[in-house]
Design a protein around this ligand. Structure first.
Ligand code: FMN
Length: 357
């Protein structure tokens, strides 16, 4: 479906080449500061057309706040945001009108709905992720009020794996690189793929600092499960790791357990989550993106009539979706944490009494 969240709910709408995209956010408490410039700053980080490392599609991504705000404060009513599409080149997609792009969602949308908006992938296009990012630009203020910070950056592009993590560096980097020492190699990897009309995969790191212990609703809304679901729901994400992640399966208990002292945890293999509940340690996840499916090689495929045909794409595409995808992953983390904060408010009688007595 097109909505997510239990207590803080976001619905998104719109297609790549329609009038625009947007979202409706429900459940934001009243009285939270809401400034268009903050939403715009989030959108600016995801915006295409700025660097050689992203698609050349030029969108100003100018957001309109349609409801839910009065004198720069949320009113507790639904907040609707709209971002008009400006730079659609639907003619680029004439060639794929009747064929299924390998690696994209064309075949499955066709099989499921019996028709599809082939222009830019329609609803399956990651243009929709701008709406999620805009939502995070609203919801972040709730986290800020509680001193919770969500950060992201790129930890790997193709085979070039970063080792150090510098979120301040990532902010200023054109590819949001977390490790300055391998940023140039990572950029070169993207350009090499692009120049050979190909694409490359990559991985993002998301860190949440300052989240209190107790977030997560066992058993079926565990924090790690909800984060993984949110990340897996991003276009092109193929794996998510929490804390030590896959490597935990290679370790012994004595290596993986986070020992504790009176001052707290001595390590963070758990990535800040135990039993589906935040422990108070930083929450860390790695989000792995596949290479962009739309590439400019002639590739064998099928058309809607069942014929074998060759796919020769035109158009503008991201050579590495992980780069802009890292901002989307950060946005989804903001939305999940906010939902969990609101859901956790009634977990003990003391909390309920604080509210009502
Ligand atoms: N896919 C493309 O073919 N071209 C693109 O330019 C493109 N840009 C993307 C940008 C972002 C920020 C993200 C998150 C994804 C992008 N994708 C792009 C990926 C597709 O949307 C995605 O692969 C497609 O919807 C199929 O879904 P799946 O890969 O999750 O199976």
């Amino acid at each position: 479906m097109n909505h997510f969240g239990k207590r803080l709910c976001v619905s998104t709408f719109g297609e790549s080449h329609g009038a625009g995209i947007g979202c409706v956010i429900e459940g934001m408490p009243a009285g939270v500061p809401l400034h268009v410039k903050n939403i715009q700053a989030w959108l600016e980080r995801r915006r295409p057309g700025k660097t050689p490392y992203a698609t050349a599609r030029k969108e100003s991504d100018t957001v309109q706040v349609l409801s839910g705000v009065f004198e720069d404060l949320t009113t507790g009513t639904p907040i609707a945001l709209f971002i008009p599409n400006e730079n659609q080149k639907s003619s680029d997609y004439g060639a794929v009108k009747e064929l299924f792009r390998p690696g994209h969602a064309d075949l499955t949308y066709w099989k499921k709905y019996g028709l599809r908006d082939y222009r830019g992938g329609g609803r399956s296009s990651a243009r929709e992720t701008a709406a999620r990012v805009a939502a995070a630009g609203v919801v972040e203020a709730l986290l800020e009020a509680l001193n919770i910070r969500v950060q992201s950056g790129i930890c790997a592009i193709g085979e070039v794996l970063g080792e150090t993590v510098d979120f301040e560096h990532a902010k200023a980097s054109e590819i949001f690189a977390l490790d300055p020492t391998c940023e140039e190699a990572q950029k070169a990897t993207i350009l090499a793929a692009k120049n050979s009309h190909d694409s490359v995969g990559g991985s993002a790191l998301v860190r949440i600092v300052g989240a209190p212990a107790g977030l997560g609703e066992p058993l079926y809304d565990k924090l790690d499960a909800r984060l993984a679901e949110a990340m897996m729901g991003i276009n092109g994400v193929k794996a998510v790791e929490i804390g030590e992640g896959i490597n935990a399966a290679r370790l012994k208990g004595s290596q993986n357990n986070d020992l504790m002292s009176a001052n707290g945890f001595l390590s963070n293999h758990a990535g800040g989550i135990l039993g589906g509940i935040s422990s108070g340690a930083p929450i860390e996840l790695r989000v792995h993106f596949k290479p962009t499916p739309s590439i400019f090689h002639a590739q064998p495929t099928q058309d809607i009539h069942g014929n074998s045909v060759t796919c020769n794409l035109k158009g503008r595409h991201d050579p590495c979706i992980a780069v802009r995808g890292s901002v989307v992953a950060e946005a989804m983390a903001v939305l999940v944490v906010a939902d969990m904060l609101l859901l956790n408010m009634g977990s003990t009688i003391e909390q309920v009494k604080k509210l009502y007595m």
